[in-house]
Design a protein around this ligand. Sequence first.
Ligand SMILES: [Zn+2]
Ligand SMILES: [Zn+2]
Length: 126
Amino acid sequence: MTPQRRAIVDCLAATRVHPTADEVFADVNSRFPMTSRATVYNTLNLLLDAHLVNIVEEAGLKRFDPNIEPHHHFICSICGMVEDIESPEKDQLTLLNVGNHVVESMQITVRGKCAACINRGIRADG
Ligand SMILES: [Zn+2]
Ligand SMILES: [Zn+2]
């Protein structure tokens, strides 16, 4: 694995905000200025093919998610930040009435204002 690829993997592993490919590129390029956009995109696709990352699609943007366990997301309706939600109760699936069907997976998306946006708002108001 090249240092650039390692940096891409590290960038994803260190983040909880589900960066877009452009955001990963900006982060890696700041540390490895020789890294091309194509290297970042190709590496992300390799990670996807190897099922080491997932994609979260939100507002037409593809965001990369290093957490491949089933989990839920909080999405900020102001800045678009996507964060994992810890859900200790795995068997809440049984609360859903799906008739005679069998639920195998479920992903909840919760929308609202993130803490950073709320703080910005308070500061802006004085
Ligand atoms: Zn926000
Ligand atoms: Zn996630």
